[in-house]
Design a protein around this ligand. Structure first.
Ligand code: KIV
Ligand code: ZN
Length: 515
């Protein structure tokens, strides 16, 4: 059976960023984009250029950094949005403009307050305008799964005639169920006379836990692009998870008449990076990338796997990148080995100073932890405050006490703008005491929105990776910290968040800004 290509369109940086609290800085987006490129994603939706100056800069920076994937920006169906998207995409080797307008009666009447004919005309004009910039134009009928079939077909035929090369039919509110959603896709493809001039795409939300199932069912009916995100990140309950879509079509190649370009061995690394940057941990039983996804607990299963792996395993852990957590470096490893391994992990440095800082951190870690895994290296790098950030606060010393029956207490020496301060406080636990002590000095006026700790590798000598999310006046910052001592990791994360805030490097929710 000859196979069609299934285009993998990753929207972690756009729809994924719409997960409350998951917003990312420009540099973090570039790091994720480089890993997506290494994963061989076909299209990377890097943002919504008009949403905010930060989004614009991020799309531009990704367009500059990535060569092997098409870079896409979202734009509403109007000239201003499209012009801004095109401007941000200028440096891209291969650029796509993705324009959308809602087509369901409920959205047209209550949200857009437009008549269907006005929506129709605006959609066609938007596609024509986008084609002035690139011949790769995607058009989305927002809320397609609740749109009227006749109207959907009419508008799709017209936008294809106007030059749209990809037609996306999103299940925007996660309302579809596999049989019915797939039937819609199949019927549209059959009924639209010029359907053969475009690639049909699906974009499913996970409100009923059906995003992956709906997308795969649609592939069976002719969809040849799936929009998805790493770890299923996305607005509300998220989008279809990239790793599940890719591994499903690969594992069940007997059923799916498609193949992807994805280098599946990069999946775990991508999942880890997105999780550590956003502070959204991956649940242990998550398919493909959860810590238990390939762990066999029951004796019967273990026995079966030992005798013949395929008795209980339908995929090989190493095919999705689980074997990369092997011991890679140790105390005696030099700078060249360190740098080479990071490059293999898709991590590069813009300056010698950055490499030096990372290497110094590596040596510090190697003194405390005898075995250093890839995950440790990734955490070590995500833990380094970007060079653009002037470090207002720095940790010099930390002492934390906790004893059963006694009030936990922390005492810290901090540098603020280079000046030494000693602070101490009690708290409900040693981490709480340390945060209270920092706040005695910083008085930041922030609210702690998220505190999460993840063990980076297994074993009690594992580094704890901490995310601290602080909010002040609607501005969100995520600080990351990693250390074998989780109180130290927590303090590092808290101070990094304060440093980002002081430097104005924030992650405001994109849609809370410009539009
Ligand atoms: O969910 C949705 O409909 C979207 C569109 C903008 C594609 O994200
Ligand atoms: Zn969406």
């Amino acid at each position: 059976m000859s196979k069609d290509q299934l285009i993998i369109f990753d929207t972690t940086l756009r729809d994924g960023e719409q997960s409350p609290g998951a917003s990312m800085t420009r540099d973090e987006k570039v790091r994720i984009a480089k890993v997506l490129e290494k994963l061989r994603v076909d299209v990377i939706e890097a943002g919504f250029a008009i949403a905010s100056p930060g989004d614009f800069e991020a799309v531009r920076a990704v367009a500059e950094a990535v060569r092997d994937s098409t870079i896409c920006s979202l734009a509403r169906a109007n000239e201003k949005d499209i012009d801004r998207a095109a401007e941000a995409l200028q440096p891209a080797q291969s650029a796509r403009i993705h324009t959308f307008i809602a087509t369901s009666p409920i959205h047209m009447e209550y949200k857009l307050r437009m008549q269907p004919d006005e929506v129709f005309a605006q959609a066609v004009a938007a596609v024509q305008h986008a084609r002035r910039y690139t011949d790769d134009v995607e058009f989305s009928c927002e809320d397609a799964s609740r749109s009227e079939f006749e109207f959907l077909c009419r508008i799709i035929e017209a936008v294809i005639a106007a030059g749209a090369t990809t037609i996306n039919l999103p299940d925007t509110v996660g309302y579809g169920v596999p049989g019915q959603y797939a039937e819609l896709i199949g019927r549209v493809i059959t009924n639209v006379p010029n359907a053969d001039k475009a690639v049909f795409s699906v974009h499913c939300h996970n409100d009923l836990g059906l995003a992956v199932a709906n997308s795969l069912a649609a592939v069976m009916q002719g969809a040849r692009q799936v929009e998805c995100t790493i770890n299923g990140l996305g607005e509300r309950a998220g989008n279809a998870a990239l790793e599940e879509i890719v591994m499903a079509v690969r594992t069940r190649h007997d059923l799916f008449p498609v193949e992807t370009r994805i280098d599946t061995t990069q999946i775990v690394a991508a999942s880890r990076l997105v999780s550590s940057i956003t502070g959204f941990p991956v649940q242990p039983n998550k398919a493909i990338v959860g810590a238990n996804a390939f762990a066999h607990e029951s004796g019967i299963h273990q026995d079966g796997v030992l005798k013949f792996r395929e008795t209980y395993e339908i995929m090989r852990a190493e095919d999705v990148g689980w074997n990369t957590n092997r011991l890679v470096l140790g105390k005696l490893s030099g700078r060249a080995a360190f740098r080479a391994r990071l490059e293999e992990l898709g991590i590069t440095f813009e300056s010698k100073e950055e490499l030096d800082a990372a290497f110094a951190r590596f040596k510090e870690l190697a003194d405390k932890k005898s075995e250093i895994f890839d995950e440790d290296l990734q955490a070590l790098v995500s833990d380094i405050t970007p060079p653009a950030v002037q470090r207002k606060y720095k940790l010099v010393e930390l002492e934390a006490h906790s004893r059963t029956g006694a009030k936990p207490h922390a005492s810290l020496v901090l540098l603020r703008d280079g000046e030494r301060h000693q602070v101490e406080a009690d708290g409900d636990g040693p981490v709480d005491a340390a945060f209270n002590a920092i706040e005695k000095l910083a008085q930041s006026g922030t609210e702690l929105k998220l505190y999460s700790v993840n063990a980076i590798t297994s074993g009690s000598d594992s580094q704890g990776e901490v995310t601290v999310r602080l909010e002040r006046d609607g501005i969100i910052v995520n600080g990351l910290g990693a250390d074998t001592d989780i109180v130290v990791a927590s303090v590092k994360a808290y101070l990094e968040a304060l440093n980002l805030l002081a430097a104005g490097i924030m992650r405001a929710h994109p849609q809370k800004e410009g539009i």
